[in-house]
Design a binder for this molecule. Sequence first.
Ligand SMILES: [Zn+2]
Length: 665
Amino acid sequence: MPEKKEKFYLTTPIYYTNGLPHIGHTYTTVVADVFRRYKRMRGYDVVMTTGTDEHGVNVERAAQKAGVPESEYVARMADAWRSLWDELGLTADEFVRTTDLQHVRTVQWLFKLCRENGFVYKGHYTGQYCIYDNAFVNDAKPGDNCPDCGRPTETLTEENYFFKLSAFQKPLLDFYKKNPDFIQPESRRNEIMSFVEGGLKDLSITRTTIRWGIPVPGEEPHVFYVWFDALTAYLSAVGGPDYEKRGMWPADLHLVGKDIIRFHTVYWPAFLMAAMLPLPKQVWAHGWFLMDATKMSKSKGNVVLPRPIVNMLGMDALRYFLLREVVFGQDGNFSYDALVTRYNSDLANGLGNLASRTAAMIEKNFAGKIPKPAEHKQQDAALAKEAQAAIGEVLERYEKMEFARALEAIWAVIASVDKYLTTEQPWALGDSEAEKQRKATVLWTSAEVLRIVTMLAHPVLPQSTDKVWALLGQTTSLGAFALDGLRWGQLAPGTSLGKSQSLFPRVDKVEAVERIESMANEELNPTQPAPAAATPAPATTPTAGAAAAAASVAAPERIGIEDFSKVEMRVGQIKTAERIVGADKLLKLTVDIGSEVRQICAGIAQFYEPESLIGRKVVVVTNLAPRKLRGVESNGMIVAASVGPDGRPVLAGFHEDVEVGARLK
Ligand SMILES: [Zn+2]
């Protein structure tokens, strides 16, 4: 009988659905994903929950603006969030929507328990209300204007249900003292302790002025207000009223941004205490990524989106940067410049280079099989000792969520093996028996270090370490490997290396930053979808995708010759063709159209080898306005037929030699 695994339940916040994820949401979700992978590799049965917070007046308004019912609006938003997480490889085990029936039941059940235990009463809430927006303005005083519409607010009183938060001052303080690790980091703990010591006011937990919310059973038109609804999602995701059956509650870790720590460490445990339910074990608040020292926001126009970065450098590069650049818990500065610099130095020149040069030398000298080490010298033993020590240190750092330190420790070993190779110079060793043995020892040692750092870096770099793992000829699943069994010396000689793959191609910094910014700009300000099959632009939002689909099924409208003559098409000859890093489908071409040579991007990379295109004559639409595809300027369009169900592009051409620049009519 296998031993029963210990459970570990962690959550990201349940994100509000009035917008789409930017780098801040991505950061929290990445951290959760890293920790989930790490805990799995330590042998835990892990469940990670994320989801969408779908109620409230802001959703009501957004749905109204979009001209759809709230239920349809939130379904769309939840889909958009879920599919972006999937695209980024951040798929949680549970995706909870606060409109799910299970969640509705859980909120109503929690309320019933709190009420039965005497912690809920009916009272009156008085606040500043905007009659145009139909909403209370939180924290506004009489005379203040509405921050949304600028109109004066009115003082309004409504009947609410209140939660007796004031009764929990002492129980909460006792709980914090008994569980010193509950609030992390330490600075936040002090902040919350003094907030609670200052006294707690009862909390209004229902509204009658909001329509789009979970109804309070038998008390309509009362609906639950924000936190009583949203926080409960952590419990409803793992069974709700039947949480004992699933065995995951209480949560071991709630990951949150520092702006919502109070709700998670004061309200949430108080609700659970009132209902006599088990309390979460830890709440970890991280800092913000700032752009030029200010908080990112869409209205300031300094928001960073994950997708353009991932298109250009890959998801692992973004994950590495987010965790390596700042101390977890503190604020950090986000800059594309620093991102690309780290990518080139740590990933391309660091891990990527170590993997490719080690594999290449084993390939060349030992026919692609891991050599058997001979006698160890002192320098080999020193490296072994360092790698073995790093295992313990890295695991300890991960456990404390000191991700930057964990990565530093891993990269220190990479630097040591680089130095070792430079000193030992295995490439300079000859073919005598003694030199061959030395070469075997040095290359086995390097490969063994590579194996260890690959395993240790896996939670942060899942995709690329899987590639290195396969390169080392390992056939087991890296993510299922138990880190506790990791020791120096486990790399078996004789193992055949796998196929070498490109890991982190070096990029030109200026060009990469320019392209990321340009792709972000395309995503934030979507223009018309691309008209032709030969140059598909990525669908940036569900709406743009839907519009493109609708356009393609519409019956073609007939046009007059004067419309056709507006399109200038000429014979062009391809001069150069190359692939574009970060854009699998695009080729960058230079095309001679007679009067000039143009740069044109074409979405044909999956069907045409760049070399095969040089010299080929093609049809070019020459008077198309220039635009950027994946951040690369494209000045014109190559005409191609779209063939078969996948729309395979086939370039239009000529059966006899035609003059470059000739116009098609
Ligand atoms: Zn207003």
